[in-house]
Write a protein that binds this ligand. Sequence first.
Ligand code: NAD
Ligand code: DAU
Length: 333
Amino acid sequence: MARKILVTGAAGFIGSNFVHFLVANTDDTVTVLDKFTYAGNAASLAGLPENRVSVVHGDICDAELVDDLVAVSDVLVHFAAESHNDNSLHDPKPFLDTNIIGTYTLLEAVRRHGTRYHHISTDEVYGDLELDDPQRFTESTPYNPSSPYSSTKAGSDLLVRAWVRSFGVEATISNCSNNYGPRQHVEKFIPRQITNIIVGERPKLYGEGLNVRDWIHADDHSSAVLRIVEAGRIGDTYLIGADGEKNNRQVLELILTGMGQPSDAYDHVVDRPGHDLRYAIDSTKLRTELGWRPSFPDFERGLAATIDWYRGNEDWWRPQKAATEAKYREQGQ
Ligand code: NAD
Ligand code: DAU
């Protein structure tokens, strides 16, 4: 039977990909709740059928609005967040408001209405790994966040766990690794470099570029979330990853050569303070318990498609590009 799904933060990167995925793969109707911060883009939801998707412009910290929307929803999937580490190092307060108070506001509403809740989180709650550590993150890795962003995400996860245990809220949590794909804001690593090359700027690599990220296509994140919503065990956490470890220099060289540039045509810029060295996900639980598999295991093909998307959708990202680079210049990056 078709469900009514409330999706927060779906004018952003992963939330919008999730709504496109739901429309293509289910009969569900979707209500989007988004504040349209600098990271929200109405164009990311353009073309979706009006009889399936409605959009509410509002703040997840607005308890009255949240209560009204949760009251008429079967499931709440919570993507909304302040999501960029670099921003959190310069102005942490919005991260506390949205990531902590916003999550608290949603949890109180699902508690009142008995609504199924899925919480979107990040592998960054686990801190970082040494480059040669044979262990990857699992559901039992202790929390050890490094930045204001990741610490507020860790705090929000702990609120969810407490609301499950103390109040019986029907919730699941997923912690995913770095996503790539269409509709990602140009402040983030991969789209920043692709769009720099398109506008004739040199790509910017923090430090030596040896930091490792575990890349997954946003559509694979979506399919994993849907699988957890439908079959996940209440109260459980699932790690989502597609075995996509690469260091930043490798990714940048792939972007450069994929766009017909010399592989060394980039600048080293000042490193991010407290920069996490390596993330790596062991997604065995999700694969064995819920039978999930990624559909985009080939990063290079997914990256080529992402480059094509940014080449073909300049209207989507051009309006954000100059302001984003001006902010980076102020920060010395
Ligand atoms: P994003 O920054 O692209 O989008 C965030 C969205 O949330 C925007 O549309 C913004 O307008 C909205 N928003 C912000 N504050 C809000 C508020 N107070 N009320 C309502 N809406 C608000 O983020 P993203 O990269 O799509 O990340 C989505 C979620 O996935 C986040 O919870 C993030 O922690 C998590 N996550 C991201 C990644 C990644 O690689 N990007 C990986 C793992 C987990
Ligand atoms: O691991 C999941 C996380 O991935 C999510 O929780 C975050 O919301 C998401 O933003 C992402 O965090 P990162 O900090 O890893 O992503 P970012 O795109 O900012 O940077 C990726 C790597 O690239 C990181 O090691 C820093 C580096 N970098 C980034 C930028 C913007 C550069 O070298 N140059 C750049 O210009």
